[in-house]
Design a protein around this ligand. Structure first.
Ligand code: 5RP
Length: 224
């Protein structure tokens, strides 16, 4: 089955986790776009959503779904988002779409993280997908050198020859060549480097459950 169809399948399956009358946390990316479209068709009324990017907020509003400011709401029941990679423990690489910082914030404010992904995202060890790291631009040189010491090659993300600018007005380094054997320790370490806004390894905010799109249907992976 085409990757797009697998994404649509898990996006629809995620509706089962959305309770009418609640505010749902919504991530970013092509899989989440399909989830938002499915939410738009949902008969049961939602109170609204907290979104992890300007792009998702726009799409939610286009469907008539109210978008709440994350700072104005309490704990959310569920956060639904895609991933660039997911390991056997539910740890993820995220930020391919550049929204990692807000994604981690909304995930941290949610009781349950439901990851929606096609089966190509499942990996034994994180790191084949370059690790996105949102940074304060003036720290780029030093952070690049620190990753080099770990064996990583950090590349400034560019679009049309210009540095990519996040919703938070910062840049992203994509770090190639790392194998993240210990995601929790890696995340804790890199998160403390001066100038790092957010590292796209989600270990503290790992998924509680993953709805994985496979050729034979949706597989539900639950993580302890
Ligand atoms: C955006 C993300 C996305 O969840 C991730 O890139 C997966 O995207 P897609 O659903 O398009 O494959 O982390 O920052």
């Amino acid at each position: 089955m085409m990757q797009d169809a697998l994404k649509a399948m898990v996006a629809r399956a995620a509706l089962a986790y959305v309770r009418p009358g609640e505010i749902v946390g919504v991530g970013t990316g092509s899989t989440v776009d399909k989830f938002i479209d499915a939410l738009g068709l949902l008969g049961a009324p939602l109170a609204g959503a907290v979104s992890s990017s300007n792009a998702s907020s726009e799409r939610l509003r286009a469907h008539g779904i109210r978008v709440f400011d994350c700072a104005e709401v309490g704990e959310l029941g569920v956060y639904i988002d895609g991933a660039d990679e997911i390991d056997p423990n539910g740890c993820m690489v995220k930020g391919g779409g550049g929204a990692l910082t807000r994604e981690k914030i909304v995930a941290a404010q949610s009781r349950q993280f439901i990851c929606i992904a096609d089966e190509s995202k499942q990996v034994p060890v994180l790191g084949r997908f370059p690790i996105p790291v949102e940074i304060i631009p003036m720290a780029r040189g030093r952070i690049t050198r620190q990753f080099a010491k770990m064996g990583g090659r950090a590349q400034l993300r560019c679009v049309d020859g210009e540095p990519f600018v996040t919703d938070n007005g910062q840049n992203i380094l994509d770090v190639h060549g790392l194998q993240i054997e210990e995601p929790l320790a890696f995340e804790a370490d890199v998160s403390q480097w001066p100038g790092v806004v957010c590292v796209g390894v989600f270990a503290r905010q790992r998924a509680h459950c993953c709805l994985l799109g496979t050729a034979s249907g949706v597989r539900t992976l639950a993580f302890d």
